[in-house]
Design a protein around this ligand. Structure first.
Ligand code: 0O2
Length: 245
């Protein structure tokens, strides 16, 4: 029995899912495996990747169906990633747990993460509703940081769901974190994320204040773009109706 799993691969944020970077970026880390070490880790990543692919495919189908029925794409683009082992270990430490595969599966909700970027705030809630209605998806938790933004100014709609992954000998309900946000919210969040990491969470006060100001501008921009779009849709409908008369 291999009690300690020495994991020397660096899993990258990538659309190709798991890629092994054997270059200078190679990272060494340690996760204690409960049973047969490397096989457990491989199995875990295989399962999370399968869950991620399922949710991503569901979202692509939804988008295509919307285009077909309503001649409109609610989803601008989708990003999917498996959390790096480094981030998993950091999160476990922050929560006060030992770095074991068991703890990671139990306590880290965003090992598999998918980000859905929409044009309008209304699309976010519509997509969230359709996810909730899918029979094989179980919603475990919802955090609406749009209605209740974080103190940092962060806005996004988060869902932790489980999807069944069918293996040869069993079905594993696997957690996936879904983040749904507008293009503008995503722009803000990616800059804030970079700043957060650059200053290790302790950015100068004026930068934090500026970010809060920018997040208000993002909210205002989202509201104005939505109202503009609603007006365009209403005008287009009126034009269609007058053609039919
Ligand atoms: P990273 O590096 O993006 O992966 P929980 O998952 O419920 O146990 P957690 O992780 O605090 O607890 O949940 P929450 O608040 O839903 O946050 C999950 C993810 O949302 C974060 O993952 C970020 O991706 C994003 N997020 C949350 N708050 C902020 C914020 O203030 N700014 C930005 N830019 N992103 C945020 P990680 O693991 O913290 O980080």
């Amino acid at each position: 029995m291999n009690k300690y799993l020495h994991f020397y691969e660096f899993l990258c944020y990538t659309d190709d899912r798991i890629k092994t970077d054997r270059s200078s970026k190679r990272k060494a880390m340690q996760l204690k495996g409960k049973d047969n070490g490397i096989d457990s880790w491989k199995e875990v990543t295989l399962i999370y990747n399968a869950a991620l692919r399922q949710v991503e495919t569901k979202m692509e189908i939804l988008n295509e169906e919307f285009q077909h029925v309503h001649q409109y794409n609610p989803i601008e683009h989708i990003k999917a990633r498996i959390k790096t082992p480094e981030s998993i270990v950091k999160k476990l430490k922050r929560y006060g747990y030992e770095s074991t595969i068991d703890n990671m599966v139990k306590h880290v909700n965003d090992i598999a993460g998918i980000r859905i970027i929409c044009s309008f705030t209304s699309d976010i809630y519509m997509i969230a509703e359709t996810i909730k209605q899918q029979r094989d998806i179980k919603v475990v938790a919802v955090k609406d940081y749009i209605t209740y933004p974080k103190a940092s100014g962060y806005k996004s709609y988060h869902m932790i769901v489980t999807v069944p992954v069918y293996l040869s000998d069993r079905i594993v309900d696997t957690k996936v974190e879904i983040q749904i946000r507008t293009v503008a919210m995503d722009f803000w969040a990616s800059l804030e994320h970079k700043i957060h990491y650059k200053f290790e969470g302790d950015a100068p006060r004026h930068i934090k204040e500026e970010l809060i100001e920018c997040s208000k501008m993002v909210a205002d921009l989202d509201a104005r773009m939505l109202s503009l779009n609603n007006e365009i849709v209403t005008l287009a409908q009126a034009q269609e109706e007058s053609k039919c008369r």
